[in-house]
Design a protein around this ligand. Structure first.
Ligand code: SF4
Ligand code: SF4
Ligand code: FES
Length: 505
């Protein structure tokens, strides 16, 4: 492994990497080693066009761009010399020459790399008085993205993304020299299923999503680590919230899962936190208090148990590992068979989107639930955690008790329906299709009475009169118990998976 020195500190780096890649591999880029960069992106090909990443290398007369200079053993690099600072100032001055003074009305303000780098590495005043080059504002690139050509710094990240990831190539840089502009190819639209990633990639306010632009200033938002529940890939996201409202998902880097991308469908799935919710408990299809509904459900289970009636469990691939583990424990305590679950499916692709349109089918399998969409047969009571199994499959059940985050035909016809939290409203873990257990943290509080499915089941166990059930519910304790008692989950719990997840044994 080549040994190099950066600003007086020794590092060992992987063979065959460029300097910027090697520093990124070490986790030090802009996090200990400050090399500002625009065109370089860890998951795209190298462009070498912005020239901002120049560094000084001992024995090399000219400054070199770190993004396209291969590391070699013994290299001594300086990132903070006067020559480097002057070069950065020059690049920033050129980039700002034609940049409009839009910050007060630009939606990127507050998370703009041109603002940040101008402040850190630029010069405080402009040396030009000439008018800035005009270009087109608010250009419709397609259904999801709006372009401001004046703000574009021509880093071509968006162009490379469309060519290299969805391989649709809708974008290009047209004309030459200071006439150059970014645009879609004539007759095309930017409408691929991953189109909105270009807004995350764009270092400035040139590309913004129609969904998020002008909805809130970003400094009012704070970001919470979560995962997308749209499919079995479990892309890592940051959920941005303000005033108990979720405003957007943006991708969170996880090289083992989603690189730095998410699909458009998953990105917009944050809206489900406010759409179609099961927002009131019902008892025989009439609104009821949560306590009454739990009391009735507990009585139904107790009577079925006393009469030797069959109790069936229907798990859900939308429920967390912890919720499913509590269901497994409850079914065992009630003397019921291990439950079943069904998985919704759609079309997948070979980028990220999985055919399994649920986040935790692998968790349900690892916890011993059998996949089946067949009717559950005759039973006194069914405990149902979702709505993936069609109501017809529950036709032989006398009393259906549903715990769900969203309303459905199943909850509409249930004897008891209990509102459950969606994953953005609770802590827990999902196991993705590659058996990686990933955690999510609470982003918002529900606007109605709702609890995690595991907590409802815990209270239900208390209402049935099971020993040790009921009382305070602690998801961390459940997660710990799960990791101790289910061999596949050994050592894998909410407390140990960290922000990048961990594979099941
Ligand atoms: S629109 Fe943004 S990402 Fe695309 S070239 Fe311009 S600055 Fe770069
Ligand atoms: S690929 Fe799946 S998990 Fe990833 S963002 Fe899309 S729907 Fe969500
Ligand atoms: S980041 Fe190296 S030239 Fe742009």
């Amino acid at each position: 492994m080549p040994k190099i020195e950066i600003d007086g500190k020794p590092y060992e780096v992987a063979e065959g990497r460029t300097l910027l890649q090697a520093i990124d591999d070490l986790g030090l880029l802009m996090n200990g080693v400050e090399i500002p960069h625009y065109c370089w992106h860890p998951k795209l090909s190298i462009d070498g066009s912005c020239r901002l990443c120049q560094v000084e290398i001992e024995g090399v007369p000219k400054l070199q761009i770190a993004c396209n200079t291969p590391v070699r053993d013994g290299m001594v690099i300086h990132t903070a010399t006067e020559r480097v600072a002057t070069a950065r100032q020059g690049v920033m001055e050129l980039l700002l020459l034609n940049h409009p003074l839009d910050c007060p009305i630009c939606d990127q303000a507050g998370e703009c790399k041109l603002q940040d780098y101008a402040y850190e590495y630029g010069v405080p005043e402009s040396r030009t008085q000439e008018p800035r080059r005009p270009a087109k504002k608010a250009v419709d690139l397609g259904p999801t993205i709006v372009l401001d050509q004046e703000r574009c710094i021509l880093c071509r990240r968006c162009v490379r993304f469309c060519r290299e990831v969805p391989e649709t190539g809708e974008l290009g840089v047209f004309a030459r020299g200071d006439e150059s502009v970014l645009d879609v190819f004539p007759g095309r639209q930017l409408d691929n299923p991953y189109s909105m990633n270009v807004a995350d990639l764009c270092p400035v306010g040139a590309l913004t999503t129609r969904d998020f632009r002008f909805r809130i200033r970003v400094w009012f938002l704070d970001d919470v680590e979560s995962v997308c529940a749209g499919c079995a890939t479990g892309c890592n996201v940051l959920a941005s919230r303000a005033s108990n409202r979720v405003y957007r998902f943006v991708p969170r880097r996880n090289d083992a899962v989603n690189q730095t991308w998410i699909c458009d469908e998953g990105r917009l799935s944050y809206k489900r936190v406010a759409e179609g919710r099961l927002d009131v408990a019902t008892l025989r299809r009439r609104p009821a208090s949560f306590d009454d509904a739990i009391g009735h459900a507990g009585l139904a289970l107790r009577e079925a148990r006393a009469a030797g009636g069959r109790i069936v469990g229907v798990a859900s691939p939308l429920a967390s590992n912890e919720d499913l583990y509590v269901l497994r424990e409850l079914l065992a305590a009630l003397g019921a068979d291990p439950g079943v679950f069904a998985v919704p499916r759609g079309e997948g692709d070979d980028i990220l989107l999985s055919e399994e349109r649920a986040p935790n089918a692998a968790g349900a399998r690892a916890l011993g639930f059998a996949e089946s969409a067949e009717p559950v047969g005759r039973a006194a009571v069914a405990l149902v955690l979702g709505h993936e199994l069609a109501p017809a499959a529950l036709a032989g059940v006398e009393q259906v008790i549903v715990l769900d985050s969203h309303a459905s035909d199943v909850s509409a016809g249930a004897a008891v329906a209990l509102p459950a939290r969606w994953h953005l409203e609770m802590s827990g873990t999902f196991t993705n299709g590659a058996r990686r257990v990933q955690r999510f943290l609470p982003v918002v509080e529900p606007r109605f009475e709702a609890y995690a499915r595991g907590e409802i089941l815990w209270r239900l166990g208390g209402a049935v009169g099971l020993d040790g059930w009921g009382g305070e519910y602690d998801v961390r304790a459940v997660s710990k118990r799960l990791s101790e008692q289910v061999p596949a989950f050994r050592g894998v719990s909410l407390a140990t998976v960290g922000d990048q997840g961990r594979e099941l044994g």
